[in-house]
Design a protein around this ligand. Structure first.
Ligand code: CA2
Length: 156
């Protein structure tokens, strides 16, 4: 069977930033009741539905997130990222995403535009192909469905 058939599973990176390891423990009204482990499982299921394999990672450290993004150049066909609070501060994460030339979908659990003004701007959005916010953990499933389309357009 050719490597270009639909049966090929493309690997994608699902990257979560600082404090998202605390999901499920506090602030359920803003971020939902699910743990990060449950969100990761949802992502693996959603990815599999679209013929993708999700490699789920989380870090509280900007440099570790940047290293993971660089790794995606050789190891992943696309990236779903919730950069957490680094969305609002990190030009370095924006630059890393721009440098890897992979489709990127940015996700936020909460609707950042309905919250404090300092959350309204994301440095990442300008280099993302799509941005999904306010849909809770379902936003990750939506992001993976869209990433699958972008990945298929790029490599088929
Ligand atoms: O809505 C989102 O997904 C955010 O990216 C989450 C970030 C926040 O800084 C962004 O403005 C929007 C914060 C993640 C912190 O997650 C927690 C989860 C449970 C308890 C405490 C923090």
């Amino acid at each position: 069977m050719s490597q270009d058939t639909d049966s090929v599973t493309d690997r994608v990176l699902v990257l979560n930033g600082p404090n998202l390891n605390l999901l499920g423990s506090r602030e359920p009204a803003i971020y939902g009741k699910e743990t990060l482990g449950e969100v990761d499982a949802l992502c693996r299921d959603a990815a599999a539905t679209h013929g993708l394999e999700a490699d789920c990672r989380q870090s509280n450290h900007e440099g570790v997130l940047i290293d993971a993004i660089h790794e995606a150049r050789g190891a992943h066909h696309g990236i779903v990222i919730n950069p957490g609070a680094y969305s609002h501060t990190s030009v370095a994460i924006r630059d890393a995403l721009a440098a890897v030339h992979r489709p990127v979908v940015e996700v936020h659990l909460s609707n950042i535009h309905r919250r404090e003004p300092f959350r309204h701007h994301s440095h990442v959005s300008a280099v993302a192909d799509a941005v999904i916010c306010g849909a809770g953990s379902h936003g990750y499933a939506l992001a993976l469905a869209h990433l699958a389309q972008l990945v298929n357009k790029e490599i088929r």
